[in-house]
Write a new protein. Structure first.
Length: 515
């Protein structure tokens, strides 16, 4: 927020900073955090980062406005003995402005090394919209430098798909050549890896007649059944990313000039993906270890159910008896560790498809099949969505939850704290990967098989008996916010406070630390 004091929330930001300064002004500059003093620590970090955050991005005009503010001067913010000199920048942050070339190089290195963990003599499949084509050579170079045998790139264009949906003879819309899908299956089964790149216009398919869209969706879902099973069971290393481009940037920042919008989006993505640190690999290693530790604790606790409470939301989510929580890392059938989403700030599992009850409202727009549905709401009874409401394009939502007989059941429960990097940015990305990592989310449709112990070895019938949902659909709906409370309940009825105001509770942090 310190980067953009020209936005309407300036007064609220200013008040927050001054309050935090008031709380922390007597603490020494080498203050070390102790349990229960998170706010004091955050105050020091925030006050000391204002100068460097602005200077690093040539936003000094906002800094000067802040320092010249009469309330700020009255507070003595920069006159306090602890702040007679400007602080040194935090050593972990990468302060020089990042060029697009450096952004691509850093991102490619992280995706090849941390995301897919490309192995020597391994085939790699890349699926990418032409809007993100500029990034591809950087990734291909990074993959070959790690010893890849061959990198196969498949380009596609959203605009061409729109023309097909509008103009193709109706009887042909259910036809789908499977050669490219078959090739990805071959690479996956042969020990390869796959990168899926997003970045097309979030609303590029809006307004298409639902009747013409439906046969295409069903054909795609059916044709991808095998690769979907291989992917959602972590049979092979896979990774999903989104690449900033002018089309996506304009959707996120419609009121800015094109280049400024793209710069803002690159800045935001770099921060969300921890590319703006001195050592992104080290940053991801630390981040991953923290979430893996949390996932292990949740697995050991094996809570019976969770209650979500927030504006428009009062939902009970029951869990399978042999639940397993997943952190950032997956492990392929060949023992290769990988990170499936970059960025990711979640720990996730699968609910018992039969034990979800109540009402839930999204806190971010749902983008479905290139269409912005706005805020959506679901009424759920015994696991099934009995009523669904969309702010826009109700027909598209109806198609999504009726794709098959199990699409109305939930397959994922994911926990994300409101102080995660994406949430802190306060940006709606209109991109499922980013918006789902801005807060807790649920997914209707298919469950990941490894969310129950030994799930990857179970048949579809056995997974269903274990409580896992099986569907050709999987759509994430963000429900997290600063007003969300999540309480966990054990089988004996005892409760544990998991989240308050969208953040991990002190009780949780202390319990995880104790192990």
């Amino acid at each position: 927020l310190a980067l953009y004091f020209d936005v309407p929330v300036y007064q609220d930001v200013k008040k927050l900073i001054l309050k935090l300064f008031e709380i922390t002004r007597d603490f020494p500059r080498d203050y070390k955090d102790t349990p229960g003093q998170d706010l004091k620590r955050d105050g020091i970090v925030l006050v000391r980062s204002i100068y460097w955050a602005n200077k690093a991005r040539n936003k000094t005009e906002y800094l000067e406005r802040f320092l010249d503010d009469s309330e700020v001067k009255k507070s003595g913010l920069w006159l306090d003995p602890q702040h007679t000199t400007l602080p040194e920048p935090a050593p972990s942050r990468y302060t020089p402005p990042m060029t697009i070339t450096e952004f691509f190089e850093r991102f490619a290195a992280i995706v090849a090394g941390v995301g897919l963990n490309v192995q020597p003599d391994q085939e790699v499949y890349v699926n990418v919209p032409i809007e993100a084509a500029e990034f591809v050579p950087y990734f291909v170079r990074a993959a070959y430098r790690r010893g890849a045998k061959y990198v196969q790139v498949n380009y596609h264009q959203q605009a061409a798909m729109r023309v097909r949906l509008e103009e193709a003879p109706e009887k042909t819309l259910g036809y789908l050549p499977t050669a490219m899908i078959d090739e990805r299956v071959r690479i996956a089964k042969g020990g390869g890896a796959a990168l899926s790149i997003l970045g097309a216009d979030p609303t590029g398919l809006a307004g298409i007649d639902p009747a013409r869209r439906e046969p295409v969706l069903r054909a795609n879902a059916e044709a991808q059944r095998e690769i979907r099973e291989l992917t959602m069971s972590d049979f092979y290393p896979w990774c999903v990313i989104s690449i900033p481009n002018p089309v996506w940037a304009k959707a996120v920042f419609p009121d800015l000039p094109a280049q400024q919008a793209l710069d803002r989006l690159v800045d935001a993505v770099a921060h969300a993906c921890r590319l703006d640190t001195d050592d992104p690999v080290a940053a991801w290693t630390t981040h991953s270890a923290r979430l893996m530790k949390l996932a292990a604790w949740l697995t050991r606790e094996a809570f019976d159910r969770f209650r979500y409470e927030g504006p428009g939301t009062d939902l009970i989510v029951g869990m399978p008896a042999n639940q397993r929580w997943i952190g950032t890392e997956g492990t392929s059938s060949q023992g290769i560790k990988f990170i499936a989403n970059i960025p990711t700030d979640e720990v996730f599992s699968a609910p018992d498809r039969r034990r979800v009850d109540g009402t839930v409202r999204s806190t971010r727009p749902l983008i479905q099949s290139g269409t912005n549905l706005g805020i959506v709401e679901f009424d759920v009874r015994e696991g099934r969505i009995v009523e669904a409401r969309a702010e826009h394009e109700q027909d598209v939502l109806n198609q999504a939850i009726d794709l098959d007989e199990n699409a109305r059941y939930f397959g994922e429960i994911a926990l994300v704290a409101e102080d995660a990097p994406i949430a802190e940015l306060g940006i709606t990305f209109f991109d499922g990967l980013y918006d789902e990592n801005a807060g807790c989310h649920l997914a209707f449709g298919n469950a990941y098989a490894n969310c129950v112990t030994g799930g990857d070895k179970l048949s579809e019938v056995e997974r269903s008996a274990a409580g896992l949902n099986t569907s050709r659909q999987h759509s994430d709906v963000t429900v997290g916010s600063s007003q969300l409370t999540i309480t966990a309940f054990r089988s004996d009825g005892s409760s544990f406070p998991l989240m308050r105001e969208g953040r991990w509770t002190n009780e949780l942090s202390q319990a995880v630390e104790r192990g």
